[in-house]
Unconditional design. Sequence first.
Length: 82
Amino acid sequence: MQSVKAKSSKWVNEASHLGNRFEWQKGFGAFTYSQGQTDKIYRYILNQETHHKKITFLEEYERMLKIYKVDYEQRFLFVAPI
């Protein structure tokens, strides 16, 4: 995971995809979906900006952790950039 985070942040920053420097936070979370859900995931990504006006990323992330009974510590959850 360390290699994925290092290489992806380097790529994002070198390609200037964002207006500021991108850095990963400590830790990570990963969820998988079956190939049959590809269209649903694609639509989610397309509508993500509108979707997150109704529910924040953190709220949605915590909801998924609870639904799938993932043990976690609150202090390690996503922290929004300042």
